[in-house]
Design a protein. Sequence first.
Length: 735
Amino acid sequence: MADNTSKTIETLIEELGWAGPVSDEDQHALMALLHDEYHLLSKPQKATFKASLESHAFMKEGLDCCAHCGNYSVPLFRSGQGRCRECGEYLSAALEAAKEAPEVVITDHFKGHMDAGKALSHLQLAESRSVQKAFGLDADNLSWSDREASGSTQSLAPDAGAVQARIEDELARRLAEEKQQCALQAAKDEAKSSAAESLAAQLEQEKADKAASLQETEQALRAEAATEAKRLEDERQKALDEQRERLENDAREQVLAVTEESKKNKELEEARRREAEALAAARPSLGCLIGPRAGKIARISKLPEEGPGSLTGMYLIGEGRELVGRLYVKETVAYVDSKEVPLESELDVALGSTVQIGGELFVFEELSELESQVPDAIHFARNDGKPGGPWPYWNEELVLGASSDCSFHLVDDDVSDQHARIVTRFGRILIEDMEGENDEAGIWLGGVRYPWLLLGAAQVFRVSEEGPEIKVVKGEARVKAVPSALAMKPSRHKRAVLEARDAAGEVIRRVFIFTRREVRFGSQSRDSSDRSRMINEWVMTPTEDDQVDIGEKQGALVLTREAVDLRWDGGDVMTLNSETLERGKPQQLKRRFQVGLGATMTFDGRVYRSPSSVAAHGGPARLGMKGGHPYECARLDRVNTNHSYVFLVRMLRIGSEDAAPLRLDVPGVESHHCQIMFSQGKFQIVATKRDAPVSLGDVEMQPGAIYPLEINTAIHLGNASLLFREVREKDFEAF
């Protein structure tokens, strides 16, 4: 149908002689003309089509145009009455066109009592492909293309006069019918008017009632729908919440399960680690006191299946914490706690015993005890009433002799310049003979000369066969405060800290004091592979906010002949005054400096120099007042903490002034109130002013007198106090 219609439009356009392009609006209007539906077009569409027609004047002959309303139609669809289908007025131009086109014949196949509308709908025109030839219209008003397909009507060719007469009769008849119909309709309309009004009012009321009812119903339905929607939404939300809660519970249970499993694994691993460490710490070992391995720890092996062999030796028997030490004496004489063990015998050895095998003396003890044992404090005094002493002993090696360089200065004709050495190893104090070949010298006890002796409180020994008697006295020596008084001697293993407290007793600063020519620092004190070996005097402990990777051997402060150098050995990058240090290459510290470690750890530093009257001697750098070094000390303050670190070269001045290496801004503290000195490897303290009192514990110091500075001494000055004590590992943690 669409294809036939398209062809019909093309035929119509061709026969009308249309010049130029045909727009979509024109095509739509032409199709409406071919279907006799032009009156259905909108006004804008009609206006557009009219404008197109006016631009082609020659086309007016092929179309009817109503003079009243401007409606167009194809002459083939003209009504029997010759009226316009839009406004109902006669088409005079159309009638003239019909007269001039005799080949167009209008026939009416339905006569009788039918209105004009039905009669016009049953007009039949002769079928033809040409728009100038007539074709029939059936009751359904078939389109051009439909009629073309039906092929049921033949062309007619009456004369013009007959056509005109028939048209006029038809028009008159239909006009009369229309008038009669109008009169009847008017009567009916008048009769129905009053009933219509009543019916209209009734209908209006019913409409209003129905509208109100509908509104109420609608509101009720909406309320019900809202309630149902809310119920459904609540159920949906509840289901979602339950599902979410189930999922969260499942996830939480999974996380808890994984966390619990991980926690158990960690706890198990930690328990295993602690057990392994405990077993290792509890494993019995031999600490060598005398002999080629003096100061070293010897590991004891388990007894082999084939037995101890032919050599005298110690073995372990048992498992875990039940390990027992057993001494097998074969060819070499052995002693346990100074008692001889017969050859070809075996003996269980108790922990804490001393074992002598050949020229070596051992203490048999658990490993952890060997590493941490410290003997009770002792000192030495003359037991013959002659002048001298007492001599303090702080578990550090000292030499007994007549020379003034000896820490244990014993003036006597029978005493050699360097007669004997006193040392502490694994919690045991020993004196070793340094004379060797001299038969009359050496260490004597009960009339017998010994190459070494284990010393204990109340023990009396003689220096040389006829020399002075020395008694070992329990406790600390009380030395008279004189310039030559002896003092505490520090070491790598015995580090000191000054804990400064205010009037309320609160710790306000910790000052760590280091007194070695090379002060090494890193993440821990002892070697991780050999806990008996000290590798760092200064432990750098990061805080929770620090982003730094501290190496086990991070670096060192090194005393040179004229200054103190900083060296970076490993771990995170270090800077000096914002300049990156070259690994392994020392850089000299200037008067003021800043040291950076990693991204966050910073130290502000300052070097304090000695008076210009101090002259540096030749040779290697030396620590202490007699060393003549130009530095007093170097101090580093760790930023954002209350920690200071002092490299004590000669002295540490304490006072309230800004220039004091240890400044105490506390009431009662004067400028240069006192100073701690380092002389001949020992700590000493002196009060520098008469009007600035200093007390050591309960003893008030005499101004200008040098006092030995002992461990665990409380120094009181003004409202401040300084506790001088040994460093504990946890002290390095910032606070």
